[in-house]
Ligand binder design. Sequence first.
Ligand SMILES: C[S@@+](CC[C@H](N)C(=O)[O-])C[C@H]1O[C@@H](n2cnc3c(N)ncnc32)[C@H](O)[C@@H]1O
Length: 406
Amino acid sequence: MSSDISSNTANPRTIVNSCGVLVDGAGRILFVHRRPDRDRWPDLWYIPGGEAEDDEDVDATLVRELREELGIEVQTFEFLDTIFDQEPQSGRRAVHNIYAVHTYDGTPALTAPEEHDALEWLALDQLEAHGVPASLQAVLAPLSGAEPDSAPSASFEHVDHEDAWDRLSAHYQEFAKIPTHQVHYGAGTPTENELQLLGDIAGRSVIEVGCGGGQNTIAFKRLGASRALGVDQSNEQLDFARALAADEAIDVEFLKSRAEDLAPIPDASFDAAFSSYCFQFVSDIAATFQSVHRILRPGGRFAFCLDHPAYMMFGGDGLTLTKPYFQRDAEFIWPFDTGYVTRMTAVYHTIEDLFAALHDAGLVVDRLLEPTFTESDTGNWSRDVDRAQRVPRTIIFAAHKPEGLT
Ligand SMILES: C[S@@+](CC[C@H](N)C(=O)[O-])C[C@H]1O[C@@H](n2cnc3c(N)ncnc32)[C@H](O)[C@@H]1O
């Protein structure tokens, strides 16, 4: 790199940049192309970011620059490395502070067209062909293999679940498009309308734990439940649920409550309890089943489903063993078509753990189902059909609270 001392002397301040690394679920990194007519570093693929303003904290620079350049609101990030550089045209020296961006709101878009003329998610093996500087490639190299179910990458962070669901709710609802005409146990799985694990719900009260967007709660009411209450920890999910119920003019209730205590629901107040795809986000499954036992009337039924723990052993191409069965906590990296990626911890309770927690809570297991995956109209959230046809996608339990006990 040539050194132009005169221009350094004329313009001596070192440029201090903050740049962000956004990784999608396939391990690709977001790059922007700097316009050919720019004064500095023209016609270059680089990660988004820019120069600190006078006295600006460099962390604040990252947040501001990504807001200006991509239209996103960075929430959490981590400093990765510093790259020392020299601008080829002017010879000015620069420091690029590189950050891993863990979570953000919004969908990255080209919001500074005067600076960039293209935006692309690039795999590491595309960087050379795009002329990405070697110094940046070296910092990004350890982030390789950030595939959805792979080992932790430098950009992985365990995110609080309530916060994570508040942030991803809109993306999830847009993607899953869950119908409200039947009670579902996940995509590709027979519905409660078919399985009848809770029996005839007409005239009975039902609570849905981890109701998300409320589609099942609404469906229970359509099936004739006397009362249908959906509880969830996420305000955003509950807001979606309330709006959906209002749209469909269905009289259901929603309440913010955590599965682990189901506060403030009174003891023995429901005939049936149901949950679909919530418990893989709940660590304390023992407390959860005790709470369900508490709020059920004697004789009350409980049916729930979650990711089958065997299904969750496979990642990468979907057929590669990536997690031991006995490893409960696992990273859950969930990319959406919108470009939004969420990272959180999921808990893949083993079948023995689930059975023991039900038993210890005083619930009697009636049935355990591992349904064969079938094409169905229950929504759009399971794309890995190949894996689902080899390993059970969903595990379903049906249990009840014995009569005469409280
Ligand atoms: C995959 S969604 C499923 C929602 C809904 N049952 C459905 O089928 O769309 C998981 C939901 O569980 C909720 N959840 C996770 N952990 C929870 C907890 N400890 N207590 C209450 N809700 C929880 C999340 O907020 C989210 O809305």
